[in-house]
Design a protein around this ligand. Structure first.
Ligand code: PLP
Length: 461
């Protein structure tokens, strides 16, 4: 057998080697390898290139993370310089490095409210796991160990560690060993799907009050925290009505329950403000961050901790038995600092807000009248297109997910990455996307959606 590293690209069957040896995350391997796995070889700006020379518009910014776009030399330089000076040192041994201290200082200065302390990890999942451990440790330290239950939401996504998956509302993950005791779930603020005849504002309050009902059912003395993404990303870009988050915050405070904002997707400009919590007017007790923190150039995540929880952890808990070898990795922190320089100097949060408005207008102009389009929604540069069986009644397709998968495949064959969540097409391009690139995105999406509609009409489905 040839080893991949010893032969030229074209001589080697990368797909066969992938099928033989590589287990992909969140994939059904049989169906994955029936098609041709695309090998992505390089990227620049908002475009990816594959090994046969296709130029693919990345409407997902990788996995919602490449905020500043691909190919930014500043981050490469920051990583190289830090690797040369100090490629690694831990933060366990009464030691720290300058990049980690600078990043902690900078993030806490940027963050809303009194999130004045930062803990670092590598992935969003680890950040969530950490935040949940901190929330429970907070109540244990305060002498209220019965306050353990974490309330999350249906379609919530908080990562793939067992705690994160248990907090999330993905039942398929629960079925594969990630259901744990002391986790509860309530309905998401998904007006399009669940709002019925209610106005979005009425429904926002209704959905928030499900949390209060759940707290009463379990007993506030047993609930540690509520965790939610300001906008639920992986669950289908569920954007809550304006009434939702303020009511959630009121409920958490009234029942003395910690509020955790999982900003792994929303953080760093995605929603048109630096943090989703600002977009929705809340000040959480804990905030989880990842993805856009380094624009995905290197793994890094953070938990920002408000004064109330930090005071207890710092002054009363003693040792918090939790941490990772790479907590505060100096190279990742140096890359994050360079990434924040770009986010701030190019005003990418404000740009996301302005571009989002333009992008939605373009999508509505191109597609708004089509029978298959139920809703086009977005906040900043995170958005969704609901495909529907009946736009008047907002009826879902009979077998959920088939039309979405078909549309996703049409997008991919048109060299556009747009994901399907059930029959909801979701997008979150790099925040640097230009007007011309948005036109390109809309053209490709229109072609794919019209092809999907034609398939449905010709009863391929
Ligand atoms: N939390 C949210 C809101 C996410 O969207 C994700 C990933 O998509 C995670 C947590 C998990 O992050 P990671 O995949 O980096 O572990």
């Amino acid at each position: 057998d040839h080893l991949a590293s010893t032969v030229s690209d074209s001589d080697f069957n990368w797909q066969a080697a992938d099928a033989a040896h590589h287990l992909h995350p969140f994939s059904d391997h049989k169906s994955l390898h029936q098609g041709r796995v695309r090998i992505i070889t390089s990227a620049e700006g908002v475009y990816l290139t594959d090994d046969v020379g296709n130029r693919i518009l990345d409407g997902m910014a990788g996995l919602w993370c490449v905020a500043i776009g691909y190919g930014r030399q500043e981050l490469v330089d920051a990583a190289a310089a830090q690797m040369k000076t100090l490629p690694f040192y831990n933060t366990f041994f009464k030691t720290a490095t300058r990049p980690v201290i600078s990043l902690a200082e900078r993030l806490t200065a940027m963050a809303p409210g009194d999130l004045n302390h930062a803990f670092f990890a590598c992935s969003g999942s680890e950040a969530v796991d950490t935040a949940l451990r901190m929330a429970r440790t907070f109540w244990i330290t305060k002498g209220q160990p019965s306050k353990r239950v974490i309330i999350g939401r249906e379609f919530g996504y908080h990562g793939s560690t067992t705690l994160g998956a248990a907090a999330g509302g993905m039942v398929d993950m629960h079925r594969q060993g990630a259901a744990l005791p002391d986790f509860a779930h309530v309905m998401p603020p998904y007006w399009y799907g669940y709002g019925g005849q209610m106005s979005p504002e009425e429904f926002g309050l209704f959905a928030a009050r499900q949390v209060e009902d759940k707290i009463r059912e379990i007993g506030a003395e047993n609930v540690a925290a509520f965790i939610g993404e300001p906008i639920q990303g992986a669950g289908g870009v569920i954007i809550p009505p304006e009434t939702y988050w303020p009511e959630i915050q009121r409920i958490c405070r009234a029942h003395d329950i910690l509020l955790i904002a999982d900003e792994v997707i929303c953080g760093f400009g995605r929603t048109g403000r630096m943090f989703g919590s600002e977009t929705f007017g809340i000040t959480p007790d804990l905030m989880t961050l990842a993805k856009g923190i380094t624009s995905g150039y290197i793994p890094l995540s953070a938990v920002l901790v408000g004064d109330r929880v930090a005071d207890v952890l710092i002054n009363d808990t003693g040792e918090f038995y939790h941490g990772f070898t790479y907590s505060g990795h100096p190279v990742a922190c140096a890359v994050a600092l360079a990434n924040l320089d770009i986010l701030e100097s190019e005003h990418l949060a404000a740009r996301a807000e302005a571009s989002g408005i333009k992008l939605r207008a373009k999508l509505i102009a191109a597609l708004g009248d089509q029978p298959i389009i139920g809703e086009i929604r977005g906040t900043g540069l995170i958005g969704a297109i609901e495909l529907t069986a009946d736009r008047r009644t907002r009826r879902f397709f009979e077998k959920r997910g088939r039309v979405g998968a078909l549309c996703r495949d049409h997008c991919f064959s048109n060299n556009l990455v747009m994901r399907a969540v059930r029959d909801t097409m979701v997008f979150s391009p790099p925040l640097t996307i230009t007007d011309a690139e948005m036109d390109d995105l809309v053209d490709r999406a229109t072609t794919a959606i019209m092809a999907t509609q034609a398939d449905i009409r010709s009863e391929i489905l």
